[in-house]
Design a protein around this ligand. Sequence first.
Ligand code: SF4
Length: 247
Amino acid sequence: MSDEKWTVTFIIHRQKGPDSQPHFDEFTIEIHPEEFVLDGVEYIWAYKDRSLVFRHACHHTTCGACGMRVNGVEKLACMTKIADVTQDGGKIKLEPLRNFPIVGDLVVDLGPLYRKMHEVHAPEVIPLCASPWEGEGIKPPQETPKREDGEEYIRLPDCIECGLCVSACPTAASDAEYLGPAVLAAIHIQGIDENPDLLALADSREGVWRCHSAYECSAVCPSNVDPAWRIMDLRKQIIARRLKFKK
Ligand code: SF4
């Protein structure tokens, strides 16, 4: 691999808060094409502008914190290579996710997604892997801890609750009450046969019938949850139930 760095200009959305007027700032840096967009953002924060607001944690696609729009497309900055989104002498435009309230610069409030997830019991998620505990002198838990109400925690396979699918969803853009791809995927994963409450939510006005079948959610999901397929499958299941109980 060549050691040669590229000259890249980052065009970054800046906004102090929800009521502030947004603008863009440009930062030109030298960066290796095999580095990631998040590396560039961290460099800019460290050496160019300490007031830049962005969010990150794991750096390896498991926390979902660094979601943003890169050249207009929802991505996790930690897994988006510079060479995949620009060229030497090129530009990279960074904007916050859509369809969430802005906190500042590249950070949005994912609270609406978490609250809807809570409604379908999905946010009661714990890190079951041992890795976060290693190196801290802390032993991994021997048993899965119980919630305060005594119920088991739920871990949705693959979904890292990054919100990329909500940002890409055209229905979420026009209807804040729409449950959205991640939440409907969470309902699908848990199953509607055994959960009448979840069936009612999926079949409600803000459920699966609001989806416009754009499939943008599945296109941007970094974790292969495939929410669009799950929404279509929920529709099939709901129709099958209606036909069954009509007889
Ligand atoms: S379904 Fe995919 S895109 Fe949506 S929150 Fe979960 S991991 Fe992110």
